[in-house]
Ligand binder design. Structure first.
Ligand code: CU
Length: 479
């Protein structure tokens, strides 16, 4: 799902900018406590209840959040130290809290499909687990929404979850946690163009004959924010020339892939989905599918007052941005379209190496236009969820999953409770890029490797809520 964006990609190059290049100074860690809510604890209380979010003085939305806010509190845990999360559900519907990116058992992972007990309406439940691995994770509701846009990940039930590792030098001046969101979603059958900046990649799965049946309704939004504020409504991020500022981005959208740029600056990407990349590299534009995270730092070397936000004018002007203000600079925040660029996971990877997988699983993704009444449905290997027999794992085995995306959309594919190492994407082999959510391009193909070392039911799904709800998921089980 997307808003017209091709135009936004055609920007002008700013002085001093170069093509993607590798950095000289990889950073070991980026997890330094920076505020009162950033002290690692072992017990957390989350209250699920209706909240209002003041995106701007004239725009207040009503939704469901955690502890009276959305995003919810930042949960900071120590790797390997057991924690308990006590959840009180002050709503009229069953809820779940999924701990996204953690390697924890099925009964506390927060997916009802995997067997995690729900938090009953006006009831409570505690989750106890040992957080691992270190990195930028997040938590969010994992309920179904179906045709109710006031449920599931369309609500404000999301927040950062930071797992601190042992190594923590913190080589930067300040850090900011920025969750990208949209609000007040609605159904539309208006055909929207794909917003991928990498739409020119290879499309090996494009069928010879296209499906011309009319597509069903999808979900869209025109109101955006970073954390709880629309562009211009919150405090700017204040910086000084020469500072190195760390940003932790999360795409908490239930709907769309997002891009972020900052005029005159580049993002030095050090981790994807919280996992350090083998080859840190600088890029002009970030891309995050729903569920993905990027940790990156920016050298503040271009004084002014800038808008950091979505390259698409309609999205940025709809709120998806934040002002970066240098000290002693006073003027209207400026936006300059970024250089044309394509997101490419493989620039952060190494040449292929390591053990070859011993087992292969192929997954074919297809869309059935209006397969669910007025909505599209999705199938994996020709069947909608559930898949009880197809995906049975042998413990201790290294698998290669190959995704064949035979749809006209990119899909952020998420595997619970395991880590995925990208083996090939856009026709390029790579290694060392560890993810939990991978955007599989339109009519594209991607291969990811994982080790089946987490016994228990394991959910696999598209992180676009509507796609997941209408068939786009599968259950992996251990033999
Ligand atoms: Cu999808």
């Amino acid at each position: 799902m997307k808003i017209a964006a091709a135009a936004a990609a055609a920007g002008t190059r700013l002085p001093g900018q170069q093509m993607q290049m590798q950095m000289q100074t990889p950073m070991q860690s980026f997890l330094t406590p920076s505020g009162p809510q950033d002290i690692a604890k072992t017990e957390f209380n989350l209250q699920i209840a209706p909240v209002t979010v003041e995106l701007a003085p004239n725009r207040i939305v009503s939704t469901v959040g955690y502890n009276g806010t959305s995003p919810g509190p930042r949960l900071r845990m120590k790797e390997g130290v057991p924690v308990t999360v006590n959840v009180v559900n002050d709503t009229d519907v069953p809820e779940t809290v999924h701990f996204h990116g953690l390697l924890i058992p099925s009964d506390v992972d927060g997916s009802e499909e995997e067997g995690t007990p729900v938090v009953p309406p006006h009831g409570k439940r505690s989750y106890t687990f040992t957080p691992t691995p270190a990195g930028t994770r997040w938590y969010h509701t994992h309920t179904m929404s179906m045709d109710d846009l006031h449920r599931g990940s369309f609500t404000g039930q999301f927040g950062f979850l930071i797992v601190e590792g042992a190594n923590n030098p913190g080589n930067y001046d300040s850090e900011h946690y920025l969750a990208l969101r949209d609000w007040e979603p609605y159904f539309t059958n208006q055909s929207m163009d794909n917003d991928d900046l990498d739409a020119n990649g290879p499309q090996p799965e494009r069928p010879a004959t296209m499906d011309t049946r009319p597509a069903g309704m999808e979900v869209a939004s025109d109101i955006y924010s970073i954390n709880d504020k629309a562009l211009g409504a919150g405090e700017p991020i204040r910086v000084s020339q020469g500072q190195r500022v760390m940003f932790h981005f999360l795409n908490a959208s239930a709907i769309e892939i997002r891009h972020i740029a900052l005029p005159g600056h580049r993002f030095n990407v050090i981790a994807l989905d919280g996992n350090p990349v083998p080859v840190p590299a600088a890029v002009d534009v970030l891309m995050l599918g729903p569920g993905e995270r990027i940790d990156c730092w920016v050298e503040m070397n271009h004084p002014g007052v800038w808008i950091m936000g979505a390259p698409e004018d309609a999205v940025r002007e709809g709120g998806l941005g934040i002002v970066i203000e240098y000290a002693n600079q006073h003027r209207t925040p400026q936006w300059v379209a970024p250089p044309k660029s394509s997101w490419d996971y493989t620039i952060f990877g190494k040449p292929p190496s390591g053990p070859a997988p011993t087992e292969h699983i192929d997954m074919l993704f297809e869309k059935v236009p209006r397969g669910a009444g007025k909505f599209n449905s999705f199938t994996v290997n020709g069947k909608p969820y559930p898949h009880d027999d197809e995906f049975v794992l042998k413990q201790g085995t290294r698998y290669r999953l190959t995704f064949h995306n035979r749809t006209d959309d990119s899909h952020p594919m998420h595997l619970h409770r395991h880590q995925l190492e990208i083996a090939e994407i856009y026709g390029k082999p790579t290694s060392g890029v560890i993810k939990d959510t991978v955007v599989v391009p339109t009519y594209g193909r991607a291969s990811v490797d994982f080790i089946a070392d987490q016994p228990g039911l394991t959910l696999f799904h598209c992180h676009i809520q509507q796609h997941m709800d209408y068939g786009f998921k599968a259950m992996l089980r251990y033999a």
